[in-house]
Design a protein around this ligand. Structure first.
Ligand code: NAG
Ligand code: NAG
Ligand code: NAG
Ligand code: NAG
Ligand code: NAG
Ligand code: NAG
Length: 546
């Protein structure tokens, strides 16, 4: 077991029977790292199965203009797909004789699964005060308005009017005449470090959603199979396969090629860059988020601690305990369906929680850790192999046109949500960055960085390539969790109502970023982040060498 995995297991150890009236001694180890300092990024990494789905589809529009991102009159996402092709078309998958179907290059068992202890089975029926509500069909689109002939009803839900063709939804309690609900009877242990049933569903749903959006791109794979990448860690592999099950349906094994890169110490891997970046280790050097989080939690949870302490005898709650309880609310809910911790906190305290995570633009290693992926992105965009392997890239994999093709029009990569944040930072999507260091005594009114928008479960980033008659050159657009991201922080990219930037401009800027990012110094250099405000980064860069 690597040191990182040991650390990870330590963070995740006993959390079962976590009853607020008598926290067991092991409760605190969930929160504190070895040195006694807070280690949030790793804590999150240890459990959340984030995924990055990167697509490089090429759309060609026959209409006169590129699709706009439409102004949103409501809360729903408006990212337009190309015109529908027609329902008489037939497309058989997979292609009859793909030239890249070479099983030895895509082993299914590469080891290095990391820690995989599991906890108790969930028992929602016993632990929750009510059943969860299933509302239906997140992936499907309804018309903005129905035929205006009749009276319209505000609560009208077309999905519920389709009889036996209606998507499944929870029927309201009491509908059939019985009004009972299960009550809370016990507390369960959490599954540790493995993908949870809910996590499975999020990835499966994402697979379906991406297939509905981009399935048409498969028509161009006439003599090759698409290559999807993920890492060997158990829950990442499980995430990728659940995505595949949603995207392809089962059986999915013969429908595509799954590259499983090794996530372990000393293996170059752009999807797990910290594994070859000693300074990103658990020493705390990279952990710029730590002082921020410590200062911020001591502000927003001060009164909360006093309030909760009023209910407890014989144990002195720390701010860290209270923060852990907030985390437990989310962890327990996604792992076993319900958590008693959630009800302990006010809305304002949840706003505080959602502000307390900084591992992107404020982290000194963010850019360096994201740069390998940027090199791969540029290779795909320019159909040119990576020239110099001087970051987290792996030449064995990246120099092979079988394991790292450069001429496909659909690529899917899965990685941890912290790596997604690293990549967003390295891309210079600085419209998400703060103008200066984030204040630790209040939440600023104007802010663009919200972790739940950029790095939730199944977080997904889509890189779209577009050609259309109304624009002279090929365009690129980046979509983060269904919203178009502004590219204006990237050198040369114009202000654009639809968030597009000419590919050539985008590539030139990314090459400049690659040339000015020094992986060796960032990952191996002897730099220090001084305490307090002596040094600030809002660009994910390390202090320069003196
Ligand atoms: C498929 O490939 C052809 C030929 O390279 C190209 O003209 C077309 O735009 C591609 N279609 C899609 C949907 O990528
Ligand atoms: C590159 O990846 C391959 C396949 O996962 C692995 O065998 C090899 O050791 C890696 N190379 C380095 C330098 O990490
Ligand atoms: C692994 O990364 C190091 C550091 O960037 C690089 O020097 C080395 O060539 C890489 N090895 C492979 C096989 O890509
Ligand atoms: C990246 O962003 C920084 C600060 O936001 C800016 O100064 C720099 O010019 C950008 N560089 C590129 C190549 O986009
Ligand atoms: C790494 O290689 C790229 C070319 O792929 C180059 O632009 C960059 O300057 C190199 N980085 C360092 C620190 O030498
Ligand atoms: C860092 O930010 C703080 C707060 O905005 C500011 O007071 C301080 O001068 C900055 N330090 C540097 C070195 O820029």
């Amino acid at each position: 077991m690597s040191e990182r995995e040991t650390e990870e297991q330590q963070h995740l150890l006993p959390s079962h029977a976590a009853d607020i009236s008598s926290p067991p001694p092991a409760f605190r180890t969930f929160w504190l790292s070895k040195g006694g300092t807070v280690s949030t990024p790793y804590l999150f990494l240890a459990f959340v199965s984030g995924i990055l789905v990167c697509l490089l589809p090429q759309y060609v529009f026959s209409g006169s203009s590129c699709p706009s991102s439409m102004s949103s009159a409501d809360d729903s996402a408006h990212v337009l797909a190309p015109p529908y092709v027609g329902s008489t078309e037939v497309h058989n998958w997979p292609p009859p004789s793909p030239t890249n179907d070479l099983p030895t290059l895509f082993p299914t068992n590469v080891g290095h699964a990391g820690v995989t202890p599991t906890g108790a089975e969930p028992a929602l029926v016993l632990t929750a005060p009510s059943y969860p509500i299933h509302t239906g069909a997140a992936q499907l689109v309804l018309p903005p308005a129905l035929h205006a002939g009749g009276k319209s009803n505000k609560g009208f839900d077309l999905f519920k009017k389709w009889g036996n063709l209606s998507p499944w939804y929870s029927v309201k309690r009491g509908t059939f005449g019985v009004n009972s609900d299960p009550g809370i009877r016990q507390t369960l242990g959490l599954p540790l470090a493995v993908l949870t049933p809910f996590g499975r569903q999020q990835l499966f749903d994402l697979g379906i959603s991406i297939r509905l959006k981009y399935g048409f791109l498969l028509q161009n794979f006439t003599d090759a199979l698409p290559v999807f990448r993920t890492e060997s860690q158990d829950r990442m592999l499980a995430s990728a396969l659940n995505f595949a099950a949603g995207f392809w349906g089962i059986p999915y094994e013969d429908k595509y090629l799954q590259s499983i890169t090794i996530e372990a110490g000393n293996f170059n891997n752009t999807l797990a860059p910290y594994m070859t970046c000693p300074n990103a280790g658990v020493s705390g050097k990279a952990d710029r988020g730590t002082p921020f989080l410590k200062e911020w939690t001591s502000v927003y949870l001060k009164e909360t601690r006093d309030r909760l302490q009023g209910h407890i005898d014989g144990y002195a709650l720390t701010i860290e305990d209270v923060y852990t309880m907030q985390q437990m609310c989310a962890y327990e809910t996604v792992a076993i369906g319900f958590s008693k911790f959630c009800g302990l906190f006010t809305e304002e305290e949840w706003e505080g929680f959602n502000y307390g995570y900084t591992s992107a633009f404020g982290a000194p290693l963010a850019r360096a850790q994201g740069i390998g992926y940027i090199q791969e992105l540029v290779a795909r965009l320019t159909h040119t192999p990576i020239q110099t392997h001087n970051s987290s890239t792996n030449s064995t994999l990246d120099d092979s046109h079988i394991t790292f093709p450069l001429d496909h029009n659909l690529y899917v990569d899965a990685t941890h949500e912290v790596v997604v944040l690293n990549i967003i930072t390295a891309l210079n999507l600085s419209s998400f960055a703060a103008n200066g260091p984030l204040p630790t005594d209040h939440i600023p009114k104007q802010r663009s960085f919200r972790v739940s928008e950029l790095a939730p479960f199944s977080t997904n980033v889509q890189f779209q390539l577009l050609s259309c008659p109304s624009r002279e050159s090929e365009q690129i657009r980046i979509i983060v969790n269904d919203a178009v991201a502004p590219l204006t922080g990237i050198e040369g990219c114009p202000e654009d109502a639809d968030g597009m930037c000419p590919v050539a401009t985008f590539v030139a800027a990314q090459k400049k970023i690659i040339a000015s990012t020094d992986w060796a110094w960032a990952c191996h250099g002897d730099w220090e982040v001084p305490a307090g405000h002596e040094w600030n980064t809002t660009t994910g860069d390390v202090p320069v060498s003196q």
